[in-house]
Design a protein around this ligand. Structure first.
Ligand SMILES: Cc1cc2nc3c(=O)[nH]c(=O)nc-3n(C[C@H](O)[C@H](O)[C@H](O)COP(=O)(O)OP(=O)(O)OC[C@H]3O[C@@H](n4cnc5c(N)ncnc54)[C@H](O)[C@@H]3O)c2cc1C
Length: 384
């Protein structure tokens, strides 16, 4: 493609991903193993520190460049879920941390010496209603004592640091529900076994997600990011970047499915000719192409707004919704185009099919995006 953004970055990412072909991912998928070699290769190549400013050792590029990296990873058949958070989770620290915190952590995150891959928000009883989280950090002198539970916290076992959202003032005592929450930077190396227990959850895809239990975990007060009780706003900031980047992964998945379906439809001969000669096969591939192209334009638009420092919450949400739906349509189309072979692990279609489905639920589910558009954009009455 001649009009693609960041052609040099895309080219290098494609070359790197060639070293991690289907069998690498199939083996990890079968054993639910973390893709450590792939993450190391991306780290060494500098792709995961692309958003960190140059003064801290990163490339200082914008979100547009990061979307190119993740899209190509996914288009190649690889998966960025094991490491995408290393790119954007540091945004909370970068935007809201103090000078000492940034100087202490960002250069090590940029070099890969420290993994900041864990982002702890979701809890079993609050679901999407984040203001109802119950994990509580009580201040005692120069430390917080954290108690509670989180669920679906991905990569916690492979992370040195975690951005953790906690309540520091009970919801009922806060001026408004979104007040009274704070962000702590947790050193996982010190925490594990000292108040933090991590329990892996096996899921339908290889995603290294976990449940976390906090039992009087001590976190030094110096690890508070920004102001106490103001943390919800800091987290929301980071969520826009996350949604745009995840959307670019869906675009990559969509293009993977279209590439594979197109190639297979040209080569598979049934009834004396290639199946791709039939419009019943062609049109779903073409439709997937159109839908992915439209969603990609929305992702580019959201990333451009983010990089210009403009409000982009609605655009990030819309891009994530359309991209995840386009990739899912493409996944279903690709499976159907492959007939029985789509179900064979060695074709990678069934694996990518399972992986692509996640993004209609995480990091935010489709209904919540529609609710945002209905109430915040269109001014319709709120149902909750
Ligand atoms: C593999 C995986 C990895 C994840 N990684 C992380 C992570 O690293 N960190 C983290 O903090 N979280 C993580 N999550 C959590 C994820 O962000 C949530 O699962 C997601 O936001 C949905 O929340 P929930 O599961 O609590 O669903 P719920 O909030 O319980 O919602 C269930 C369903 O009901 C719908 N629904 C809820 N309320 C309404 C309403 N008012 N109107 C209409 N529909 C509604 C939702 O859209 C959804 O479809 C991960 C999840 C998964 C599955």
């Amino acid at each position: 493609m001649s009009d693609e953004t960041f052609p040099e970055i895309r080219d290098s990412v494609r070359k790197l991903c060639e070293q991690f072909p289907g069998p690498y991912w199939q083996e990890l998928d079968a054993t639910r193993t973390y893709p450590a070699a792939f993450v190391k290769a991306l780290t060494d190549a500098g792709f995961l520190s692309i958003l960190i400013p140059e003064e801290y050792g990163g490339a200082g590029l914008g979100l547009g460049a990061a979307t190119a990296v993740l899209e190509e990873i996914h288009r190649s058949g690889s998966n960025g879920g094991a490491c995408h958070a290393q790119m954007y989770t540091m945004g909370t620290l970068l935007k809201h941390g103090n000078a000492e915190q940034k100087a202490k952590y960002l250069p090590k995150i940029a070099s890969g010496e420290l993994a900041l891959q864990a982002f702890g928000v979701t809890e079993p009883n609050s679901g999407t209603d984040t203001t109802r989280i119950r994990t509580f950090a009580r201040r005692e002198g120069d430390r917080y004592i954290v108690n509670g539970q989180k669920i679906w916290i991905s990569r916690a076992e492979y992370s040195d640091l975690m951005i953790l959202l906690v309540r520091t003032t009970p919801r009922e005592q806060a001026a408004k529900p979104s007040d009274g929450m704070s962000v702590l930077l947790v050193d996982m190396r010190a925490a594990r076994g000292n108040g933090l227990t991590i329990r892996p959850i096996r899921t339908m895809l290889n995603h290294a997600t976990t449940e976390l239990f906090f039992d009087n975990l001590e976190v030094p007060v110096e690890n508070l990011i920004g102001e106490q009780d103001k943390g919800f706003r800091y987290i929301l900031d980071g969520m826009n970047a996350e949604r745009i980047l995840i959307a670019s992964e869906s675009i990559g998945d969509g293009r993977f499915f279209i590439d594979r379906a197109t190639a297979y439809a040209k080569q598979r001969e049934v009834f004396g000719g290639p199946i791709g000669k039939n419009q019943g096969i062609q049109f779903p591939i073409a439709r997937a192409y159109v839908q992915v192209a439209a969603a990609a334009a929305m992702v580019d638009n959201a990333a451009a707004l983010f990089d210009a420092g403009k409000p982009c919450g609605t655009e990030a949400n819309m891009a994530k919704m359309l991209a995840s739906e386009a990739s899912w349509f493409a996944a279903d189309m690709c499976l159907q185009t492959h007939g029985g072979f789509g179900f064979a692990a060695e074709y990678d279609i069934e694996r990518k099919f399972r992986e692509a489905r996640l993004y209609q639920v995480a990091p935010i589910s489709t209904n919540l995006i529609l609710s945002h558009v209905a109430t915040h954009v269109l001014g319709l009455p709120k149902s909750f």
